[in-house]
Design a protein around this ligand. Sequence first.
Ligand code: PMT
Length: 425
Amino acid sequence: MTSENTAGQSKQVALGVTGGIAAYKTVEILRELQKNGCRVRVCMTPRACEFIQPLTFRAISGEHVVVDDYSPDNPDPIAHITFSQTVDLLIVAPATANTIAKFASGIADDFLTSTYLASTAPVVVAPAMNTTMWLHPATARNLKRLRDDGVTIIEPEEGIMACGTTGPGRLADPQLIVRAALEILENGKQTRPSDLFGERVLITAGATREEIDPVRFLSNRSSGRMGFALAEAAQSRGAEVTLVAGATTAEVPANVRVLRATTAEEMRARVLEEISNSTIFIGAAAVADYRPITRLAEKIKKSDGHFTLTLEPTPDILAEVSRTRHEGLLVIGFAAETIDVVRHAREKLKRKNLDCVVANDVTSDGAGFDVETNIITIIKPDDAAPVTLPVMSKLDAAHRILNEIKDLRATRDGALKEGQSIARA
Ligand code: PMT
């Protein structure tokens, strides 16, 4: 494949290298881009030069490698402008937590960060860093900002790190980075496909509150992040989204229709009002399983001795949606587990007759309630091998869940067509 721009010239790629041990892998990225007909110019942060010499990239690219645009050997005195405005794509690999943070806040204190700000070309960022840095909420926040700004993030892999620990943070496979880059160069866009166009997705998120008296309630720590991430992801892929949200602390995604509900009973009512107009239902809310049998009109007075609260089960919204579903509706549940995660999740999948269940061990670090990341296992009926994913942002987890739902839809449509042709034969 040869990458050419609309004028028939080879595509111009800027390749930014930052200071990480994976910097040597950028050589493979450079070579692969060249093999695919791209003209590649490299820029490096000063720290990157401690891991690999600019000379290596200069020899392979045949171009001056910019580290400091104020340096006397720089042939172009305003390189951060000319360089940034003549490229079709900017790739940063490896991208350190520091560079990602600077991109997210618009800091331009070296050649690469100035280039990022001065460029209107699409940007691909391939992070690589120590696992703890990768999992830090500040990094997750910065990456979310970059995604919101339209940057394509190529998630790092899980594996043994240079420091000897095992976890996510290793630079993604260079071939994968190049493939993503070429796709953007070919299609001239960096957005995800509108592969959910035509779907109407109803999602529950957050916690319900079951009142005990005028000042107290039973609830849980759900922030709404997982459900909001699903809403944001589905919307970005062309779906029409409605959120039914209980109590939440996370920021509601922009431009999504949100209906509020406090109790399980109210959430059930909102869902049942909306369900006939939906094609996909995803229950990501942490709905209280029990509520007080009576809500006391007056605040309970403190007294000595034990106090007994009698509870009754709340309506199971997910089970009801599944039981009364109309043709074509896909029903996806979550399972918040603390032990024997897959076994219990499978049991919920069967009992509630779901198309798919997303299990999360809510006791694991970086998973479950009120954190930016999740560790999920996606289980489908009769699926011998559940898909267990490493820790990732809730937005990335949401996209992985939607990918599975898309496959489910394709299988259903295929089976439907087959059934129709057998009936016609
Ligand atoms: O909101 P975050 O802070 O991002 O946290 C995310 C999360 C941990 C809440 C989310 O990932 C999650 O696991 N959601 C489901 C929580 C839950 O209630 O799980 P469960 O195993 O108790 O319930 C199973 C399923 O039945 C869920 O889809 C739940 O929405 C649904 N349910 C449960 C009880 C009930 N009365 N009605 C329901 O619809």
